[in-house]
Design a protein around this ligand. Structure first.
Ligand SMILES: *Cc1c(COP(=O)(O)O)cnc(C)c1O
Length: 354
């Protein structure tokens, strides 16, 4: 979901942008007006996340998954290791892609506690062989597993190891300390804007390390040198991302949206926990505030649940095809009223089956 105000503004200026007589997507990415759009979007993102000056912000192509390859190609040599905390399907996907370009080592996988709830093992329990640690380029993790609804709310820090985070589904949902990370990346389509665009935040001293065969259009250093315009960037997505950043600033910024996100998630999880009719399998500490997966006690009612939800105007609740069940994605743009409507429906649906 994108903010309604942003969609309305984009619609209003679609054909005649800023009285130019053309659409923003028809003007050259090298024209002064577009360069202003691009620079404003970057500055607004820098303001929202308090990005220090020694980090570059890149607007690239290839979404989130593209970075699974771009990150190892750009900051690791084939002889080095990338370490991986594997907590769900996205961080798992990053391992197999990185393995094409570096050695990989999985330090830990998500597991279950005594109550059969999913948890992420503590760093003290990770597998960290000395010889691998001495030859490691970075540790990769996914703070918010979009499909699984498993989240790590504090960054895992290993001494002298660069931290890389796939924030595709949680960027801008809560304040973060950029300095904890070497690279942060996010496919745009969850909290930023249209799909296809990827935002990469990379500390400057990690540039210049790309493997020789790295395709130029995904080379972070070239992108940084050319203000993300080495090749033509996805201009319309960049423009729309800029509108979303302005909208977020008007909402009071990341801390303010975080408070709203917590309220939305709390409301939904308490409904699930209260009724035996619904179930979420993640331990409270590791629950996502963006993606809330849940199952019905009687899966035979899944299809009826989804059909009645759809008829009530509650869309896109079907769980990811790999896990089934239901999933409510409650990204920044989802208003509290949307979650209230879902909870009301869930309570009524459960009561009607008694
Ligand atoms: C959606 C998502 C991706 C994949 O993004 P694409 O743009 O489809 O490549 C990667 N990681 C996470 C955490 C995601 O949520």
């Amino acid at each position: 979901m994108l903010p309604a105000e942003v969609m309305q503004q984009a619609q209003a200026e679609f054909i005649n942008w800023q009285n130019s007589g053309s659409s923003v997507m028809e003007i050259s990415h090298r024209s002064k007006p577009f360069i202003e759009v691009a620079a404003a979007a970057e500055q607004d993102l820098r303001d929202l996340l308090a990005i220090p000056d020694n980090y570059k912000v890149l607007f690239l192509q290839g979404g989130g998954r593209g970075q699974f390859a771009s990150v190892p190609l750009n900051i690791a040599s084939p002889e080095q290791y990338s370490l991986h905390l594997q907590t769900g399907s996205w961080s798992k996907g990053a391992v197999s892609e990185a393995a094409k370009y570096t050695h990989t080592h999985v330090v830990a996988k998500d597991t279950v506690n005594a109550d059969n709830k999913r948890i992420i093992p503590d760093i003290a329990d990770w597998d960290l062989p000395e010889d691998i640690l001495g030859n490691t380029a970075f540790l990769h993790y996914c703070p918010n597993e979009t499909v699984d609804g498993v989240a790590l709310h504090t960054p895992p820090k290993l001494p002298n190891v660069e931290l890389v985070a796939d924030m595709s589904s949680n960027i801008l949902s809560a304040p973060i300390n950029i300095a904890d990370y070497g690279v942060i990346y996010a496919g745009a389509q969850k909290n930023i804007g249209p799909s296809g665009l990827a935002v990469v935040i990379v500390r400057e001293d990690l540039l210049g390390k790309a493997q020789a065969q790295t395709p130029s259009f995904i080379n972070f250093t070239l992108a940084a040198e050319h203000d993300s315009m080495y090749n033509t960037p996805p201009t319309y997505s960049w423009y729309l991302a800029g509108l979303v950043f302005k909208w977020l600033k008007a909402q009071g910024g990341v801390s303010a949206i975080h408070a709203k996100n917590l309220e939305k998630a709390q409301l939904l999880y308490s409904c699930i926990d209260e009724l035996d009719f619904y179930h979420n399998n993640v331990a409270a500490e590791f629950r996502s505030i963006m993606n809330v997966p849940f199952t019905l006690a009687n899966p035979e009612l899944d299809a009826q649940f989804l059909a009645e939800a759809e008829a009530t105007g509650l869309h896109a609740l079907k769980g990811h095809r790999s896990v089934g069940g239901m999933r409510a994605s409650i990204y920044n743009a989802m208003p509290l009223a949307g979650v209230e409507a879902l909870v009301k429906f869930m309570r009524e649906f459960a009561a009607a089956q008694d």
